[in-house]
Design a protein around this ligand. Structure first.
Ligand SMILES: *Cc1c(COP(=O)(O)O)cnc(C)c1O
Length: 404
């Protein structure tokens, strides 16, 4: 006897903490851009687990690397060396041009690790008085869910009733270099920012912003920490989103697609002495840098490059964006995006984005609303032209309806 969809959803609701409100579909299988629910219905995945499944669901080469490694060795802890970590370091350094790597698991852990590292660098290299380090962040940021990170969120939902929070963070508007110039003090150790604000609704900063940011950080000896956990690894049509701006961060954070969705793998990458301040025993993680994670991440990076996914993201992203812009619908306020990181912002009178996502589900597309009026679109980077066109037909059909 097979369980019904209602059983799965009701059982989750009965036992689980209610910290999510999923769309009413129960998925049981995935392949490439497609996922199937327990009743056999097929959907085009336009969320890709918030960009973690950029390489497509169950990519055969990542799967093979994972299974092969799982048979040999999964976890040693960093108390001992393993024969995968060095290769992971070498390959991620070669891919990104970084000199030092700190492996962690979740994205939020990479953010936390970067905060610890730049503070330590501030005290030991820059000469900031102990306990006085300041980090500048942006309004409407999203950097994860740990206590340290939600403490400098500006979203009341994210931080409400979770305090008290750690001091040492200053919030400025995103996309405003003058605000950054005004916020920097001699105690500023870092500016932590997303190249494109993902969870805020795919907010792209004005042209030239990051050039100015880079100059300000360099002039004031402030570490530019780019959170590329969502924008990195091809999502925006370049390996790193910083390449659109022609700049280089001092510290780059990767996660999500670093494992192609198989396993949580994140990393702090640094091209100077920030990570060099960490000494044995001062930071760590039981699972960080484990051989299974390293084998999976190595395969995930390899297929991204070998199978041309980054170029495909640029090409199909342009096609998708153009197609969305061609949809004539009163419901649409703005369409924006870079590569395959796209969003449709609805007019507030058009009703909630959630209703449109539910209607898209009925047409075989899974997308996710963010902030009430925005539909975020981020399919796996392996999507083809035909699949983009197939999706566009369905978006056009739904966006020309009124769900207010
Ligand atoms: C998803 C995300 C994180 C947090 O990653 P987790 O793996 O969920 O902890 C941090 N920063 C950005 C920009 C993200 O998109």
């Amino acid at each position: 006897m097979s369980s019904s969809v209602i059983d799965f959803i009701a059982t989750e609701a009965r036992f689980g903490a209610r910290n999510y409100e999923p769309i009413g579909v129960v998925l049981s299988r995935g392949e490439g851009v497609w996922v199937w629910d327990t009743q056999g219905n097929r959907y085009l995945d336009c969320l890709s687990a918030y960009s973690a499944v950029s390489q497509g669901h169950c990519h055969p080469k990542i799967l093979a690397a994972m299974v092969e490694q799982a048979h040999r060795l999964t976890l040693t802890s960093r108390a001992f060396h393993n024969d995968q970590l060095a290769l992971f370091y070498e390959e991620i350094a070669a891919l990104t041009g970084s000199h030092k790597v700190l492996p962690m698991n979740s994205g939020a852990e990479a953010v936390e690790s970067a905060i610890k590292s730049v503070r330590k660098w501030g005290y030991e290299v820059k000469g900031v008085p102990d306990g006085q380090a300041e980090i500048i962040v942006c309004a409407n940021n999203f950097h994860g869910r740990t206590l340290g990170v939600v403490g400098f969120s500006t979203d009341p939902e994210t931080r409400g009733h979770f305090g008290p929070f750690a001091p040492g963070f200053k919030v400025i508007p995103f996309g405003d270099a003058t605000a950054l110039a005004g916020a920097i003090t001699p105690n500023t150790v870092a500016f932590l920012v997303e190249p494109i604000q993902g969870e805020a609704g795919v907010v792209i900063p004005p042209a030239g912003y990051f050039t100015e940011v880079r100059e300000l950080c360099t002039a004031n000896n402030v570490m530019l920490v780019l959170d590329e956990i969502q924008t990195g690894l091809g999502r925006t049509g370049k390996l790193l989103a910083e390449q659109h701006e022609g700049i280089e961060a001092d510290v780059t954070l990767l996660g999500k697609a670093l494992s192609g969705g198989f396993y949580p793998v994140s990393a702090v990458l640094s091209n100077n002495d920030v990570l060099g301040t960490l000494r044995p025993g001062q930071h760590g993680s039981t699972f960080g840098g484990n051989p299974l994670a390293c084998a999976v991440a190595r395969a995930a990076m390899r297929v991204l490059v070998e199978e041309g996914m980054i170029e495909n993201a640029a090409r199909q992203g342009a096609r998708f964006l153009e197609g969305l812009k061609d949809i004539r619908a009163n419901t649409i306020r703005e369409v924006r995006g870079r590569g395959l990181m796209l969003a449709v912002e609805l007019h507030p009178e058009a009703g909630l984005a959630r209703r449109y996502c539910e209607a898209l589900q009925a047409k075989g597309i899974l997308a996710k609303d963010t902030h009430e009026h925005t539909i975020r679109i981020a399919p796996p980077l392996v999507i083809t032209s035909d699949q983009v066109d197939w999706a566009l037909e369905r978006f056009a059909a739904i966006l020309t309806q009124d769900f207010s």
